[in-house]
Design a binder for this molecule. Structure first.
Ligand code: 6PG
Length: 256
């Protein structure tokens, strides 16, 4: 049953669920809602911290920012971070930084010093994770990285960022950034942890396609089971969670 393109709200712990007909509409509306968050954060605190998602789904959202909304975003006051990164050089076709550079960074006037990519040049990936955590702790003064907005995708297996089912990383409670061995190409990755993600003021999870429907259902329904479905652990401590789904990705989730 195709969902009508209206915002449907699930129980508060699951956040707001926005369903649209296709990825284009999802990214158009999510990008616009994100601009509202960005502008409010800058109005209130003079800065806005955003975590970019990797993979392919968010590319369309970044393109909307760059093409249609660039003049509405106060780039000099925006700081960009990454939720995860494949441990490859930044010009590697698999790099999340490269995807963001191609779809967004190369098209907007954001100061280079505002772009805080995960450094993948360390010989020891654990040192890279520690370095990024130090970077975050220099930026955030509190006990947690309270990003203004974290963008996430979800894998067909229920992973989010680079937190995969069965990985010890899904159980991490103290560190903000970890190195992981993923069942994906490339296997070595850096990822924010669930405590870091859940400290955010706003979290958007963006998914499209029927191949994501079971993962979305698993993440939205029942008690969280992060070992099986890491995305079920996306539960902001006090922030707002918004799912942005196309009809196909929402098809199996019972949305009242
Ligand atoms: C990554 C992402 C990852 C991604 C999902 C969905 O580095 O791959 O951070 O969590 O969001 O794998 O990827 P797609 O958007 O390509 O389906």
């Amino acid at each position: 049953m195709p969902f009508s393109p209206v915002t449907q709200t699930c129980t508060p712990v699951r956040g707001e669920i926005n369903v649209r007909r296709d990825l284009t509409e999802v990214c158009r509306d999510a990008a616009s809602q994100a601009v509202t968050i960005i502008r409010e954060a800058v109005r209130l605190r003079g800065r806005c911290s955003i975590v970019l998602a990797g993979g392919s789904t968010p590319r369309s959202l970044y393109e909307v920012w760059a093409r249609d909304l660039a003049t509405k975003i106060p780039w000099p006051q925006v700081d960009l971070f990454w939720g995860d990164e494949r441990y490859v050089p930044h010009d590697d076709r698999r790099s999340n930084y490269r995807m963001a550079r191609e779809s967004l960074l190369g098209h907007v006037q954001i100061p280079a010093g505002n772009v805080h990519r995960m450094d993948t040049s360390f010989a020891d990936i654990d040192e890279a994770a520690e370095a990024y955590e130090r970077l975050l702790k220099r930026y955030f003064t509190g006990a947690r990285p309270d990003f203004d907005l974290v963008l996430l995708g979800i894998g067909t297996d229920g992973h989010t960022a680079s937190l995969f089912p069965g990985s010890p990383a899904v159980e991490e409670t103290d560190r903000w950034v970890v190195a992981v061995d993923a069942p994906a190409d490339p296997p070595k990755r850096l990822s924010l942890t669930l405590p870091a993600i859940n400290a955010a003021a706003n979290v958007f999870v963006i998914a499209a396609g029927s191949d994501k429907a079971e993962a979305v259902r698993c993440a939205l329904e029942g008690a969280p089971n992060v070992d099986v479905c890491p995305a079920s652990g996306i539960r902001p401590e006090s922030g707002r969670l918004s799912w942005w789904l196309d009809d196909a990705a929402a098809a199996l989730a019972r949305i009242p």
